[in-house]
Design a protein. Structure first.
Length: 93
């Protein structure tokens, strides 16, 4: 297994920056949730600490506001993957 596919594995900054650019480009440099084109971040649908990977299929582009909202939901609702799955479905991943 490589670093992108190993569950829970963090990438070094150079690898993360390359992968981040790939995901931003794939998603048209806009939030897959609201369509915003500023303050973009790459979000792990299944978090690394829950066994998620850095595979592109587990990553989506979201704006800072939607990203923060997803983490607030995760704190309050342990089953919040439904929101994340909706993002993946919307983005066609």
């Amino acid at each position: 297994m490589d670093e992108e596919t190993t569950p829970g594995q963090r990438l070094d900054s150079a690898m993360w920056n390359r992968l981040r650019e790939e995901i931003l480009s794939r998603d048209g440099r806009q939030c897959v949730n609201c369509g915003a084109q500023t303050n973009l971040e790459v979000h792990h649908v299944v978090p690394l600490h829950r066994g998620g990977t850095n595979r592109p299929t587990n990553l989506v582009t979201v704006c800072r506001s939607c990203h923060a909202g997803s983490h607030e939901q995760n704190v309050h609702d342990p089953n919040s993957e439904t929101e994340n799955e909706r993002w993946l479905r919307r983005s066609g991943k």
